[in-house]
Design a protein around this ligand. Sequence first.
Ligand code: DCP
Ligand code: MG
Ligand code: MN
Length: 336
Amino acid sequence: CTQSSKVASVNANEHITSKLEEMVKNYESTNDKWRAFGYQKAIAALKKHPKQITTWEEARALPGIGSKLADKIWEIVQSGELRKLNEFQSNEQVHVLKLFTDVWGAGPHTALKWYQQGFRTLEDLQTKANLTSQQKIGVRLYNDLLDRMPREEARDIENIVREAAEAIQPGVIAQACGSFRRGKPTCGDVDILITHPDGHSHKGIFAKLIQKLKDIDFLTDDLVSVEDSGNQKKYLGVCKLPGPSSKHRRLDIIVVPYDEYGCALVYFTGSAHFNRSLRHLCKKMGMSLNEHALRTGVVRKGTEKIFEGIVIPTPTEESVFNTLGVPFRPPEERDH
Ligand code: DCP
Ligand code: MG
Ligand code: MN
């Protein structure tokens, strides 16, 4: 068994995990953390399992799957349905909590609070609830922000940001990562990574770029106008392509120094699940990986890091995979 096999590239049990993932969402929205956690462990085990589950015993034998979860899995295998999930979906409270947790800037805790305050609709929130500035945007643009855009639109957005960045700093690299780079047909947002190969010119770009995109009326709303993380800067906002029929779309822009480009590219390409798998692999080798750097010689005591380790230079994405001893995985194959 090689280390890379820990990151299974196809999910043979998608028909099961998709239903269990719905259950996780339901339990998260009712703040039932333990049940949500149990289902998540089961999903992870199923995703690692190389073949389709066909018997109850097979499910029960997987790590983290007890007899109750095996019953649920067996029910899906046999009937293609999960009654408990259908029950959830016909419950009013669950519907309202789902509506509310889908407001950008609101989590399960806030959704439950709103429910307990007697709010049931988005109009209730707009007229009666005490909303943060993010939640106000989330309610006002509710439908647009939940809608996934076709990848062609993500490419148009990438081009506008790239042109604006290029006008500010020639030679800049500006590329859409996330689901777009993984080749998905639709994207929940556009994640644009910006750097400059000369190693220092990335520094002046961030504030000028955001201002320029506002000047041309491309950015319509700020969600987080600047988030500092080490030498990286991140913007989270909303943009809109010109034209009367275009929708508001979520846009994330990250500016990073060139020596962090390899790790940043891996991180922002994702998927989030793939990143977790890589970090898990790192842990077993005394390494660590985040959007900034790959480190070796990390000393951990439980979950605490006693020594943060030494940075291994990883100028490219390939070098990150090589250093981890994992065969290179093209972005299209990084969904698990
Ligand atoms: N990311 C991560 N862990 C998270 C959130 C994000 O590792 N909790 C990384 C991996 C993601 C990338 O950042 O692929 C971009 O985050 P998005 O939330 O934009 O996710 P995607 O672009 O993958 O999907 P979507 O189409 O829903 O935007
Ligand atoms: Mg994205
Ligand atoms: Mn994003």
